[in-house]
Write a protein that binds this ligand. Sequence first.
Ligand SMILES: Cc1ncc(COP(=O)(O)O)c(C=O)c1O
Length: 352
Amino acid sequence: MQRATPQDFSRVLSSMCTEPHPVARTAAERFLATNPGDPATYETVADIEREVVATLGELVDLSEPAGYVTSGGSEANIQALRIARNRADTSEPNVVAPASVHFSFRKAAGVLGLELRTAPLDDHRANTTAMAELIDDDTIAVVGVAGSTEYGRVDPIPTIAALADEAGALCHVDAAWGGFQLPFTDHEWNFADARVDTMTIDPHKLGRAVVPAGGLLARSDELLDALAVATPYLESRSQATLTGTRSGAGVAGARAALDALWPDGYREQAASIQANADWLAAELKARGYPVVDPELPLVAAEIPEETFEALRGIGWRISRTASDELRVVCMPHVTRETLASFLADLDEYDNT
Ligand SMILES: Cc1ncc(COP(=O)(O)O)c(C=O)c1O
């Protein structure tokens, strides 16, 4: 059998995933053959999943969280909108979100038969006046992003939650990437800051768990119950998840990473990756490139197209925003040395 070696992270600047914490790797391997989708058979991993949800609740200031470990942020976003749709009483449901929402909301709209209405942005952040104009009697959910995929921006979550409340709609916050950074900032984004109903927060991004470990949290069991279907051949009565058989490895890895890092390890990580992003932004600005200020550890900058291609050509895994800016996600594996070496190559390849 051909043995392939997974690529290392030394030149990966474009990913929202990172090297898992070593304890997460070990735990994941031990639980490879378990299935939290059948909790009456695989009781240990089901207990571990409850612990993960409880700790994620602590991260987001929610004392009695409902939820589960999803396959990722996409599933969590789909499921959050499915909760809203299953509870709503309209034949033409719509969801209002800022234009910065992750593309998984388009999948959700397609799968669930929802109209996704996206509002223009203000400095890469939700413009809540524009969002308010899109809300009507058929709006079932209003969405805010706490750490956007392209620019790492945090929407005004309390205002978005108030809009949802006024409309009698659910408020969903997508903190898939930002959720492990934001507890150490002064942003208002979580369940204590606003009347948030559901949230996406992914251990397999900044949480240092192994893939797959996303997270869906809901304010109450009653909300999660909107997803439940009966499970006749299992000993458990019902299932709220989207997939059936799920990864015990993801769940156990998440538990191990959370045990090792919450809160002090994540606090240190947050400070160090933000410092790296601020340093990179300052270095790029000093070279004359227009830079979008990194509110969270993600830097976007305009560099010439040929330079971008040349840097990819020599192995830098970099990506572009929809507006063609260079996008560097300062994940924990992206060290200051890596960034310095990237800048040295940028200096060499930018001939403009
Ligand atoms: C804000 C946000 N939400 C959702 C997702 C989707 O997560 P996943 O790729 O784990 O499904 C991403 C992915 O980067 C994201 O940045």
